[in-house]
Design a protein around this ligand. Sequence first.
Ligand SMILES: [Zn+2]
Length: 140
Amino acid sequence: MPHHTKLATLDHLQILARRFYRDGDGTVATFRRLAVALNEQMVPISTWGWNYACQVANGKIPASKKLTVAINRLYELRVSQRGSFEPVVVLAPNGFVEPRSVVMARSRKCARPECRTNFVPISSHHLYCSRNCRRLAQHK
Ligand SMILES: [Zn+2]
C-alpha cells in the first residue's frame, strides 16, 4: 500500500467513523460497527475490538500494518470511487476469484435460450456460459 501514508490512513479511518455513525449512536456503537467491517476486510477475518479502532482514530496509538491494510481496503470499498460498487454472490471455479475481488465486466445471459445462466464473459465473443451450452447450441 505504498501510496497510503500514515496520515492518509488516519484520515480514512476518521472518515469511515463518520460514515459508520448512525443517529443515536455513542462512540462504542459506531466503533463496534466499524470494527466488524474492518475485521471482515482480512482473510482470515481479524478480531480487532472497537476500542483499538477508536484509539487509532483518536491518534492515541498507531495502526498496525494489518489494520492499515484493512482501513484502506474498507475506505476504497465504502468511500472512494468504488463506493458505487456493491457486494454480490459470484460462483467461480475453485481458486479463480479471491474474496472481495472487484469485477470489472458486466455479466450477460448465456446465448442458448434454454439456459438461464448469467456469466461474466472473458471477451466480447464469449457467448455461452459453458462448453456444454456452446456444443448444444451448435448441434441444433
Ligand atoms: Zn448456458
